[in-house]
Design a protein around this ligand. Structure first.
Ligand code: SF4
Length: 501
């Protein structure tokens, strides 16, 4: 039985879909994944032609909330040329707002999809579509009535799932109206982040926290205490060994876990020994300030931890607690940042701007906290977005606070305002200069200088990044150069409109 799953991301980091693809393939289904990275009509037509030719028994659509409109429009266009029951939506958006999917699709899968999607395929294979209403974890229309079946609890034993694979068979990208395998070197380099020098692996699913703006709050509400699960160290190391052997260009292992340091001390200890002994490639991890301590940072640094991503989000403890539902304080962040610097790990700190609940005083606190953190660091600056299914969206709706609708702005582009510019300057300009500019912010001269120095910031930032890359590679020139080249080559290629044929 043939299945096609369409994904709407513009890169090959599709871990959830790779897991699903590996799982149903291991159960004997003939699965293909099609990545449709943009809205170009010729690519949409090529994707539809591919599906018509493949004549699948089931078509799945995996979408995040910000690409849901594209997914919906594509499903509608496909329906005009090809349709077999059922069209199935899955992914974060189908979990957050399943009913919106049913305007186009027949079924929405809520939560992690492996077992639910398999149960659906088995019902279709047996020609028993009547039994679909008995499958847990879905939402569907039955005689114009919307039925929510009971929540399916997530897979507990993550080790039992097949490895998703770095470059699996039967995953394609629609590129220039052609259907290209991601195994083609040029295609992979074009669509993988950083040209594929990162090997992305998850050692767990779920996050111990439930921040009000994050989709994890929705999974927490769905699964309760079952939402956080870990793999064994053996399983993680085996997966990395299986992949690294085949791809010589991998320069970092990227642990995509929401909080890698949430693993208990015994797990981290076993991992560190195995990783240092059997893999020995620099790795990247994400953590919250409260999980960082001297013991685990020292252990993981010896094992190969070289980049750490950590969220400050705001310097205001009030906003962190009352608006974002985060328990870490500015002080927790600063202590963690101090340790990160002490162990010479390259840091990447996330900050969220454009929050209607923040006063000017709150924003100034963010600047102050960042100026208190040891440098160098890279900033990831985001504009607050309001995703379906989150507590934050419920709150702004209930309080009738006007906020941009999903898709009206990009969460990667913050508003142009002096105070936002000062936040960005905290990583690159002399601290006393940033403080001075902040003090002058209400005068005409202060505003002009703010814009001038913001331009200087944009010029300095690449040098900080280069330094952090060198530090993360223990100042080995060739390795560092390869990373920098992979990072900038895509940007330069885009700039000059050069692309693969
Ligand atoms: S800590 Fe990060 S991943 Fe976890 S809920 Fe908060 S924002 Fe989401």
């Amino acid at each position: 039985m043939r299945v096609v799953i369409v994904v709407f991301q513009d890169n090959t980091d599709i871990a959830g879909v790779k897991y699903l693809h590996a799982y149903i393939t291991s159960k004997g289904y003939n699965s293909s994944v099609l990545i449709l990275p943009d809205n170009e009509p010729r690519n949409i037509n090529a994707a539809i032609d591919y599906i018509v030719r493949a004549d699948p028994d089931v078509v799945g659509f995996s979408a995040m909330s910000y690409d849901f409109k594209r997914a919906e429009n594509f499903a509608k266009s496909l329906k005009q040329r090809f349709y077999k029951y059922p069209f199935v939506f899955g992914g974060v958006h189908a979990t957050a707002d399943p009913e919106s999917c049913l305007e186009t699709a027949d079924i929405a899968v809520r939560g992690e999809g492996e077992e639910t999607f398999l149960a659906l395929l088995e019902a279709v294979k047996k020609g028993n579509s009547g039994s679909i209403t008995q499958i847990s974890g879905i939402v569907l229309k039955d005689n114009n009535k919307i039925i929510h079946t009971p929540v399916r609890q997530p897979v507990v034993d993550l080790d039992a799932l097949p490895f998703p694979g770095h470059l699996p068979d039967n995953i394609y990208v629609v590129h220039r109206a052609g259907i290209r395998s991601i195994k083609e070197k040029a295609v992979y380099k074009r669509y993988a982040r950083y040209e594929g020098v990162f090997l992305s692996i998850a050692t767990s699913r779920g996050c111990p926290f439930s921040c009000n703006y994050c989709s994890n709050s929705m999974y927490k509400a769905l699964y309760g205490n079952n939402s956080v699960r870990s793999r064994s160290v053996d399983s993680v190391i085996s997966e990395i060994k299986a992949e690294v052997g085949g791809f010589k260009n991998i320069l970092y292992v990227n642990f995509t876990d929401d909080c890698f340091l949430m693993h208990p001390a015994g797990w981290l200890d076993e991992f560190s020994r195995s990783y240092a002994g059997e893999i020995n490639i620099p790795f990247v991890a994400r953590a919250t300030p409260r999980h960082i301590n001297r013991e685990n940072i020292s252990l993981l640094k010896k094992a190969g931890l070289r980049w750490i991503f950590m969220g400050l989000q705001t310097g205001s403890d009030r906003v962190n607690k009352e608006v974002y539902g985060r328990s870490a304080t500015a002080q927790d962040f600063l202590e963690a940042a101090k340790l990160i610097r002490e162990f010479r790990i390259s840091p990447w700190y996330d900050v969220i701007l454009d929050n209607p609940y923040e006063t000017e005083e709150d924003k100034l606190m963010t600047i102050d906290v960042l100026l208190g953190a040891k440098r160098p660091f890279q900033l990831g600056i985001f504009s607050l977005d309001y995703f379906p299914g989150t507590e934050l969206l419920r709150r702004v709706n209930a309080e009738k606070i006007p906020v941009p609708k999903l898709g009206e702005k990009s969460y990667t582009k913050f508003e142009s305002s002096l105070i936002n510019y000062y936040v960005r300057m905290t990583a690159s300009l002399p601290k006393c200069l940033v403080r001075k500019l902040v003090k002058m912010r209400n005068s005409l001269l202060g505003k002009q200088l703010g814009i001038l120095f913001y331009c200087l910031t944009l010029f300095i930032e690449p040098f900080i990044y280069v330094w952090l890359v060198f530090q993360s590679n223990d100042f080995r020139f060739i390795r560092s150069f390869k990373v920098i080249k992979s990072f900038y080559r895509r940007s330069i290629a885009k700039l000059f409109f050069r692309d693969i044929a």
